[in-house]
Design a protein around this ligand. Sequence first.
Ligand code: NAI
Length: 287
Amino acid sequence: MPGVTDRVIIVTGAGGGLGREYARLLAAEGALVVVNDLGGARDGTGSGTAMADTVVAEIRAAGGTAVANYDSVATEEGAQSLVATAVNEFGTVHGVVNNAGILRDTSFAKMTPDVWEIVLRVHLFGAYHVTHAAWPHFREQGFGRVVMATSTSGLFGNFGQANYGAAKLGLVGLMNTLAIEGRKYDIKVNAVAPMAATRMTSDIAPAEMLEHLPPEHVAPIVGHLMSEECTDSGSILIVGGGSVQRVQLFANKPVQFPEVPSIDEVRDNWSRITDMSDAQPGVNPAG
Ligand code: NAI
């Protein structure tokens, strides 16, 4: 039963919340896990070793194999050092769960370049750096599994999360291309939009809702997406509290204008242009 047995899997931001659950389940299923965590606060300030160390100790106490890493995913050097930890300890890397994340919520009117950038640096640049450092190993061994942590805030929008939503849907764009580029190397890249009670959501969602969203519910889906048996690539799953749901972009049948239309002709055809009743899963017309 291959699953994730003996697979070397990096889980970023695994010192708490969802990442901790992913790391614990993967290790319980026989994966060799690199528990990465910068060990800072929810807003990305500070750092420390205790969070990653605690999860490694938990995994080892349960009979699993894990090693800690404290690098920030937000820099190229940090990501390279993280992948080097996997290679030095376990010989290679087979999978990356890009889970590390921070929040700097503010309305768009109050957004500053600093707050915009730091959120993109951790989520989007972080996933780019770590996946890029792991990619040569995936290609060489003809096997790789990547999960992106996206969010309903990116997929559908959420007040006060312009930076976070942009980063999270950026990860879907990254996934779409990596799914294509990874095809001939058995590299599968998927995205999970979790819903879970963690420090990230503690004051965002109502307590009555959070009590039905224990983070351990999300881990088996990530476990499947990291496994040898996973055949999907480019899928997005919303997962939480026992429910699993696929999300996909759809496109309707195009309205054709034989001549360049006037603005009035566009307006007159607007209901046809926007009618989604015959929509099908979207594909890249240039692809
Ligand atoms: P969390 O705050 O408990 O976990 C995030 C972890 O990432 C923390 O342990 C933190 O120390 C670590 N981290 C932050 N910056 C880092 C960096 N530069 N390098 C390495 N580690 C870093 O939050 P949670 O809820 O477990 O979130 C996990 C992921 O799931 C995040 O990407 C989040 O955006 C996403 N997510 C969570 C949702 C939820 O309902 N909890 C909803 C949608 C998305």
